[in-house]
Design a protein around this ligand. Sequence first.
Ligand code: DP6
Length: 356
Amino acid sequence: MEENHFIAKKATPIPWTTFWEAPSNIALIKYWGKTTPQIPKNSSLSFTLSSSVTQTQITYQPAGSGTFDFSFYFEGVAKPDFKPKLQTFFKRIEPYVPWIEGYELTIKSSNTFPHSSGIASSASAMAALAMCLMDLELKLFPGMETELFHQKASFLARLGSGSAARSVQGPVTLWGANKIQDHSSDLYALPFGPDLHPVFSTYQDAILLVDKGTKAVSSSQGHQLMHQHPFAPQRFLQAAENLEAIVPVMKAGDLEAFIKIVELEALSLHAMMMTSNPYFILMKPNTLAIIKRIWEFRASTSIPVCFTLDAGANVHLLYPQDYINQVNTFIREELAVFCQKGQYLLDQVGEGAKKV
Ligand code: DP6
């Protein structure tokens, strides 16, 4: 599907309110490096989460032709500082949703996960916003196929934040043109499909909150640094190879092979950060302490736990639902001590965005 398939028509504004929630996601094959407009340098694959969601309500008020404005509230409080980022988003998506002209929007958003917990909320936030936009588009132009609805929602979400493209559907999604999936595209994410081994549709993700502070280097800056990065071409090839390798593994449910690819991807992402110019480190000593404990626990129990990392110090501990009791005890007794204020979140793979 090309970009121009997503261009809607203009329409007479109508009053409308819609309320959606969209989850965060955690990449197993990492997106790190992009070109304009939000085109990834390599394809990525992620688990869609279940409980870590952003809930967004938009009230659309007709406001006369030629105008467009919005106000934004986060957890009940007006947040004018969020406006520039949203303005950039609305400008980028305007050609695809020309019907938006003539509206004044009131956007109210909140997260189910604790504020500044270090969880990337841009994926869930941008996906929830995209769903609210698509909801009105469907109202204005009824009869849109469900598949197109999801693809365009993912397309719009991507223009807000790349990883948000993967937060529309679940339980596993792929974003980026690749050799293994039919109709794959850099413009939007697609679900893994019915061949996914059932073990992965209930996989658990414990998010160990090692550091809840603001990151020294943002993801946007990190993506930028990949432009001049001496190892970037090799990294993009590695990601493509890892994607090609993980797809059959996720069809077969081969957990040993899964663990090797997932941990390699996490450490490769952080290796890119450590070898950027300027270089930076987002892991903390407790990140490494947790990784060491995970490896020891896996070796001594043969329970297939593994870790991944996003662009930060927190550790995502991934494990099959069958081991929930043993692993949760392990977290409580051995890992919580390395988390800031002992905090962690227990989440699992989920089905994607929902109307509230
Ligand atoms: C390390 O999607 O946050 O989490 O497109 O600039 O908004 P922008 O970046 P963002 O980058 C995510 C980076 C990552 C890996 C991933 O989610 O694939």
